[in-house]
Design a protein around this ligand. Structure first.
Ligand code: AMP
Ligand code: MG
Length: 710
């Protein structure tokens, strides 16, 4: 049983979104590196776990997820509540009742009171940190119902008898864990049913499914975590999840992990659960002792360096998507103002199109029932029906009337013959029968009926949509507030504006004008955050100011792991969600973090890499934030006008354009400093992650700039 990745989840019952200390942290250890993410809400954390499991299953990999809250309650509870002495029955019972809204608003206190009512006396649960009373939930500790222990056997085993933990019954107060259990178990229960048959919950089920959930106790390695906290200047929770994930992974490398799953599960554990590694502190600690191996020599500079986790583009996209939530503030605007905006609600037709049945051609109208085979001769009724000039009277049966395109069909007319197919004979019109019923007419509402959905919520309004809305009588529509996109450049070498004098070691800021223009082109409100030196204090201050006036921040530069890469260092210290080395060329580093709750996308400094990363990552992320969903660029397969041999292991994007024959030619140099290639190109060619050998004429995937809305 080998796990490809081991994730440790530090849960939080926080009220409202929260980052930093005592919020949700997720440490993930893999063969090359351990990463850490900070997640603001339980709903986002559930989505993240869902994505992590999906990724693992899609890649045919095994994943262990350790969570730091009790998987069961002390013996006797499950049977009393559900009729079965089985913790998973409690999971389902709670999942059916406990709700948690996206802003971390939960009803678990009310459910705890409901449970209390099912027990003798005051019931087991107590503690309420809220101002409002919850009837049935005592603020102070009541006597436990008879026969119900305060602690589980495993809590005593993990901490020692002298250091009894806070009981799961206590829902509020420092160190209380009860609220975490009540908010955490429903999440795990839902994941368990979403991935039925693929997830095992240890120790209630054998740990042999692709995905295993187990309870863990991150403070078991508190000395190691404190050391890491100090060395890296990160919060303790972040250190704990990484240390424990790393320790489990290291233990597995030394073939010691299986033994932790081994202890036979006595009856009691099936109800109470058991902490993985509860009595194995010394073994885990020993596994962390370094085994130093030098980096393997690299074949050449362009093959993937060892010792770091290279995240495939598709995986980074899935993570980004799972981490972001759309804006939700609507405003009502005229349809002209709605151009380029995202609809905040479905829009329905206020009027049918066409409002009444009318003529589709210029010709003669009559009742179909009065015509037959052969040459037809219908006397003309005096008068005329034209667009905007309806015919007031009725057309008698057996007669025809002159009618023009767009005219409402007069009473007595249900069919029109085109004037090109007619001859006039004084006061009558002649044509060949038979004619089809309803020929050359448009039925009322045939395009859209009144009340039909014209455009869906989340739709981005384009010029043709304005035509539709106007036709349907819709004057004003609800749209989402325009996304405010801040753009910040970093780097000691950068001169902010091209007109200013520059010394030889200085370069002009190329990214900021490009990124601001991209944001504007996509219909967002660009906010110029200027340029800052490579100075953590200055960058932090600028981000603090920016986070008050924008919805999302794009930074460029400083996102790698070099000495002057302060953006990534800062993000890590203030609660980074993720910093990834992406297996793509150009543009490896990408940072996603939340600064005072505002998402920050840290792009590479290199303009070519910054541009490609913006197309591939920032564009869908901004669209999702703006409420327009996650767009995929329209790709075209075209013959290559170039040759290339590409190694496996990363996705490559080449600056490209179509030649006169419609074949994709690529820019002469792949050098990522060659900004001129961006201007030369009209799109990019995407080469897949695997190895490819491309010859002239082979089909390649061309993504025109237009496919990205540029
Ligand atoms: P960095 O990501 O900060 O290591 O920068 C990588 C490369 O991109 C360096 O050569 C920088 O000088 C260059 N660079 C960073 N920011 C910009 C910018 N705003 N405009 C042009 N070049 C930049
Ligand atoms: Mg730099």
């Amino acid at each position: 049983m080998t796990f490809h990745r081991i994730a440790i989840l530090d849960w939080s019952a926080a009220k409202g979104p929260r980052l930093g200390r005592d919020s949700i942290w997720l440490g993930v250890a893999g063969p090359h590196a351990t990463q850490c993410e900070n997640i603001a809400t339980r709903v986002q954390a559930e989505a993240r776990l869902h994505a992590l499991i999906t990724e693992a299953l899609a890649a045919g990999q095994r994943l262990l997820i350790g969570a730091d809250f009790a998987f069961g309650y002390p013996a006797g509870f499950a049977a009393h509540l559900t009729g079965e002495p089985n913790a998973l029955a409690v999971w389902n019972w709670l999942a059916d009742r406990i709700r948690d809204a996206p802003g971390n608003v939960t009803n678990f206190r009310r459910i705890a009171a409901e449970i209390n009512a099912r027990f003798p006396g005051d019931g087991p649960f107590w503690g309420n940190g809220e101002a409002a009373q919850t009837p049935g939930l005592p603020r102070l500790k009541p006597a436990l119902p008879p026969g119900l222990p305060a602690h589980r056997a495993t809590d005593i085993a993990a901490r020692g008898p002298g250091a009894a933990p806070k009981p799961v019954w206590q829902l509020a107060g420092a160190g209380a864990v009860g609220a975490q259990v009540m908010t955490g178990l429903p999440v795990l229960a839902r994941l368990r049913s979403a991935f039925k048959g693929q997830i095992a919950v240890w120790p209630f089920e054998a740990a042999d499914a692709p995905i295993v959930l187990a309870e863990v106790y991150p403070s078991i390695l508190s000395a190691e975590a404190k050391a890491m906290q100090q060395a890296e200047g990160i919060v303790l929770d972040a250190a704990q999840v990484q240390v424990l994930a790393g320790a489990f992974f290291a233990l597995q490398t030394r073939n010691g992990l299986a033994a932790l799953f081994a202890p036979p599960a006595p009856e009691q554990h099936l109800e109470e659960g058991w902490i993985l590694g509860a009595s194995a502190q010394h073994i885990l600690r020993a596994a962390l002792k370094p085994q130093i191996t030098p980096p393997r020599p690299r074949e050449n500079a362009s093959s993937m360096p060892q010792g770091v986790e290279w995240v495939p583009v598709a995986v980074a996209l899935a993570r980004l998507r799972a981490a972001l939530v759309p804006l939700a503030t609507p405003e009502t605007v005229t349809i002209a103002e709605a151009m380029g905006r995202v609809l905040a609600a479905d829009v329905r037709a206020l009027r049918a199109n066409p409002p009444r049945a009318n003529a589709a051609v210029d010709g003669y109208g009559f009742a179909h029932a009065t015509t037959g085979h052969g040459v037809q001769r219908l006397p003309l009724t005096p008068g005329r029906a034209a667009a905007g000039q309806p015919f007031a009277g009725a057309v008698p049966p057996g007669t025809a009337i002159r009618i023009l395109t767009g005219a409402i069909l007069p009473e007595g007319v249900d069919c029109v013959v085109m004037q090109e197919d007619c001859a006039l004979d004084g006061a009558a019109v002649l044509f060949d029968g038979p004619v089809k019923p309803r020929a050359n007419t448009r039925a009322a509402g045939e395009d859209m009926a009144t009340g039909a959905q014209a455009l869906p919520q989340g739709h981005l309004c384009r010029p043709p949509d304005l035509a539709l809305l106007a036709a349907l009588g819709v004057a004003r529509v609800p749209v989402l507030r325009r996304l405010r996109v801040g753009v910040l450049s970093t780097g000691d070498e950068i001169i902010p504006e091209p007109g200013l004098p520059a010394l030889p070691h200085q370069i002009y800021d190329a990214n900021r004008p490009m990124l601001l223009a991209m944001a504007a082109r996509w219909g967002y409100a660009p906010v110029d955050l200027g340029h800052v030196q490579d100075n953590p204090g200055l960058i932090a201050r600028r981000l603090d100011q920016a986070s008050r006036k924008v919805d999302v921040i794009l930074t460029s530069g400083g996102a790698s792991a070099g000495d002057e890469d302060h953006v990534s260092t800062l993000m890590r210290s203030k609660g980074t969600l993720s910093s990834w080395r992406i297996a793509m060329k150009p543009g490896r580093p990408l940072v996603l973090a939340f600064w005072n709750g505002v998402p920050v996308l840290g792009l590479p400094g290199n303009p070519v890499a910054a541009f490609v990363c913006t197309l591939i990552f920032a564009r869908p992320a901004l669209s999702l934030l703006a409420g327009a969903g996650w767009p995929e660029p329209q790709a075209y397969m075209v013959p290559a006008a170039f040759r290339k041999t590409k190694k496996p292991g990363r996705r490559e994007y080449l600056r490209a354009r179509l030649d006169a024959a419609g074949h994709a030619e690529v820019f002469a140099s792949e050098g990522s400093g060659r900004i001129s290639g961006l201007a030369w190109a009209t799109g990019i060619v995407e080469l897949p992650d695997g190895a490819v050998d491309i010859r002239e004429g082979d089909p390649v995937c061309f993504l025109p700039y237009g496919s990205f809305g540029l």
